[in-house]
Design a protein around this ligand. Structure first.
Ligand code: NAD
Length: 416
């Protein structure tokens, strides 16, 4: 459906923010489109000896505030439109946490689940050979995203340094720790999200240590979210979790560590001892204090938003709520912590990784956690203050904060 095209959605959200900010036409048009897009045709020798041609992308959405930054997705359904939308959201994400970076994103249409390690390495190196002239620590910096890993980042850095003839660890983030990766990158997205839930609970007068919560999507973001909720907030009852194979629930509580262990052993959450099955749709409508949508786009829509009972929805996933649903949730009083604020912890620690690479001096895990907490707390407070001032929902408030920062940078540069 055209209305659920993620790039179209990102433009609708921007249009609303520009209307409230009263930006001029030129600035509006500039912010609606990526500043630069690349498409790469990548021939790769497969293990059979034949050559397969893959299609890759890199979108540099807006670099007014600094070098563009954003992950690389390797997915069979990857299209230029998803990459564009994600690049736009990266622009607002780096601005909302006020780090000196712009937004970008990249991808390759491929199915890594069907590729050997050798084939993945050759694809990673082919991508860098094509993209290298457009990447650099002061130009555009990729990172892992769906189905790309620290190992893939390591191959990419090695190829880039081979081309350049000298060391450039900061040209890519999410690297393995022995190659200049940062402590604390693995759980940074979920950790940042839980910090914002802690702040939201304070302003809503919810006792976070006694809150009930449910997690849709039990992958990287969802698993860390499930366990860090209790670790950071000092308690809470996890009542339901799900993955693409369905969900499970228990009113008396699910132990996050046992659930992670079960998922690792069986590949799914279904069948976790002491739980009963629940569908992904019903999980979203549970009467819990906090809901963590941590799977896919467009799961909370005009059709089900009226049935959401959670007090807080912390969007660890990108784009889980449609614009139509946003309005309904706001009217119902559901407090949404929007995706590009809630899941900004990942790019924030990626930025810390770049800073450490530049200084060639590495921080402790405690340093990372305290710096991340400060960034996420400041960002939450700025967005919350804007939502009160303008009497708007948190997503629009986050856009108002971010878009005004990016627009100001464009203006100062004389672009508009
Ligand atoms: P992942 O692949 O590790 O996990 C995704 C989980 O969602 C899996 O458990 C999968 O089974 C489940 N899932 C898939 N389809 C589902 C469905 N229809 N219903 C319920 N569950 C379903 O991915 P991830 O890294 O955890 O990313 C999840 C979301 O968080 C994505 O939107 C991603 O863009 C966003 N995000 C992740 C990070 C990060 O650092 N990992 C950063 C920012 C945003």
């Amino acid at each position: 459906m055209a209305e659920l095209n993620p790039f179209k959605i990102s433009q609708i959200q921007l249009d609303e923010a520009v209307g409230v900010l009263g930006l001029d036409k030129g600035t509006h048009e500039l912010l609606r489109w990526p500043m630069r897009e690349f498409r790469f045709t990548l021939p790769v020798k497969m293990d059979t000896g034949e050559t397969r041609v893959f299609h890759g992308y890199r979108v540099q959405y807006n670099g007014a505030r600094g070098p563009t930054k954003g992950g690389l997705r390797w997915h069979p359904d990857e299209t230029i439109d998803t990459v564009r939308a994600l690049a736009a959201w990266m622009t607002w994400k780096t601005a909302v946490v006020d780090i000196p970076l712009g937004g970008g994103k990249g991808g390759v249409t491929c199915n890594p689940k069907e590729m050997s390690d050798g084939e993945k390495e050759r694809l990673a190196r082919a991508y860098i050979r094509a993209a290298a002239p457009h990447l650099a620590v002061d130009r555009d910096v990729p990172a892992p995203d769906v189905y790309t890993t620290p190992q893939i980042m390591a191959w990419m850095m090695d190829e880039y340094e081979t081309i350049a003839g000298h060391k450039h660890p900061g040209m890519i983030t999410g690297k393995p720790i022995p190659l200049g990766g940062s402590q604390g990158r693995g759980d940074a997205t979920a950790r940042g999200g839980v910090y914002t839930v802690r702040e939201a609970a304070k302003v809503l007068n919810i006792d976070a240590a006694k809150a009930t919560y449910a997690v849709q999507g039990f992958g990287n973001a969802g698993q860390f979210g499930a366990s860090l909720h209790q670790e950071i907030l000092g308690g809470g009852t996890l009542v339901a979790i799900s993955d693409s194979g369905g969900g499970v629930m228990s009113k008396s509580g699910i132990d996050p560590q046992k659930a992670i262990h079960h998922k690792l052993e069986t590949g799914r959450v279904a069948g976790l001892p002491g739980t009963t099955p629940i569908s992904n749709e019903d999980l979203l409508e549970l009467d819990v204090d906090v809901l963590y949508p941590s799977a896919l786009e467009n799961v909370i829509t005009g059709d089900n938003a009226g049935k959401i009972k959670a007090k807080i929805s912390c969007e660890l996933a990108n784009g889980p709520t449609t614009p139509e649903a946003d309005k309904i949730l706001f009217e119902k009083g559901v407090f949404v912590i929007p995706d590009f604020l809630a899941n900004a912890g990942g790019v924030t620690v990626s930025y810390f990784e770049q800073v450490q690479n530049t200084y060639n001096y590495y921080w402790t895990l405690d340093d990372i956690h305290s710096q991340l907490d400060r960034k996420m707390t400041d960002a939450f407070q700025a967005v919350y203050a804007m939502s009160k001032k303008e009497k708007v929902h948190m997503r629009l408030a986050a856009y108002l904060v971010s878009v005004s920062r990016v627009a100001e940078a464009c203006k100062l540069r004389g672009w508009v």
